[in-house]
Design a protein around this ligand. Structure first.
Ligand code: C2E
Ligand code: MG
Ligand code: MG
Ligand code: MG
Length: 285
């Protein structure tokens, strides 16, 4: 084989190398260091109750503050963390940090705030998950009823018996459980009924073309009849709010109200948005 051919072979390989593999090479190596050096941060996106537009909680969303590349979105590094197994220590950090923050907010007087945390499938399958969450709650002194775990449909499709047991263990501890991105998987409400779940989060893709979407309306109606609370994700305009109120959706998350924000910004946001409304006219003479 000539030198040139070898060179061409390398080039072809380089060109067909998938985008995700390239990302793996760039980010994968840095992930372990990032965990050791704690380059992560949790952001919090407010959850708004539609009946009074009060902020009732937040979803914790992971951010990686990379020393050279800046802020990296979880969609880019979670799959890599999942593949390498680093999701286990990282996911544990997320749960402990969310509990620590929840306790800090409650000490500040934000007593009713609840926080939800996303789980990845590898993390969910791990046999020590329940004990890890229990110890995080014990060590921080957080009342479990304020912590919620966000699962996806695919996690519940795998091994149904073991899954049901795990979910019941969490319920027995007092946690709340929700299904994230509902509608993007292959499950149905009829299937989900056999799991002890309290909340359904309707995926942003369905919420976006609301007004024409009978699916969202039917899903909310069915969820309500099963006593599930419904959260619509990705709400960006008032027309969507009007439709969702009509469909009897309970809560929303979306850029219309707030983007995910740092923890101190969130507590300021919550205090301000839940403050008693001032009289419209207050004339001071
Ligand atoms: P998700 O759990 O469905 O989170 C909602 C995503 O939608 C967030 O993206 C949020 O910023 C975005 N979003 C919220 N409102 C709007 C809106 O009105 N418009 C638009 N265009 N987007 C909106 P983010 O923070 O980039 O997170 C992406 C995904 O990464 C999450 O989707 C979740 O699946 C995953 N993720 C985030 N944090 C964690 C974590 O700690 N652990 C695990 N396993 N996964 C995480
Ligand atoms: Mg989520
Ligand atoms: Mg979601
Ligand atoms: Mg999502």
């Amino acid at each position: 084989q000539s030198k040139e051919a070898a060179h061409n072979g390398y080039r072809v390989y380089n060109e067909v190398m998938s985008e995700s593999f390239r990302a793996y090479l760039t980010l994968g190596g840095g992930l372990r260091t990032a965990i050791e050096e704690c380059q992560f941060e949790l952001y919090y996106q407010p959850k708004i109750r539609l009946s009074d537009e009060f902020t009732v909680g937040a979803e914790a969303l992971l951010r990686w503050r990379h020393p050279e590349l800046g802020m990296i979105s979880p969609d880019r590094f979670i799959p890599i963390a999942e593949e390498s197994g680093l999701i286990l220590p990282l996911g544990e950090w997320v749960i402990r940090e969310a509990c620590r923050q929840l306790k800090a907010w409650q000490m500040q007087g934000l007593e009713q705030v609840s926080v939800s945390v996303n789980l990845s499938s590898r993390q969910f399958m791990h046999p020590d998950l329940v004990e890890m969450v229990r110890s995080a709650l014990d060590e921080t002194g957080v009342d479990p009823k304020y912590l919620e775990l966000e699962l996806t449909e695919s996690m519940l499709m795998a091994d149904a018996n073991e899954t049901v047991e795990k979910l019941h263990a969490f319920r027995k501890m007092g946690l709340n459980l929700s299904i994230d991105d509902f509608g993007t998987g292959y499950s149905s409400l009829a299937y989900l009924k056999k799991f002890p779940i309290q909340t359904l989060k309707i995926d942003r893709s369905f919420v976006q073309d609301l007004g024409v979407d009978a699916i969202v309306k039917a899903t909310i109606a069915m969820a309500n009849s099963l006593n599930l609370k419904v959260i619509a994700e990705g709400v960006e305009n008032r027309q969507q709010i009007d439709a969702l109120v009509g469909y009897e959706c309970q809560e929303v998350q979306g850029f219309l109200f707030a983007k995910p924000m740092a923890s101190d910004e969130f507590s300021a946001y919550m205090q301000q948005s839940n403050a008693p409304h001032q009289p419209a006219l207050q004339v001071i003479m």
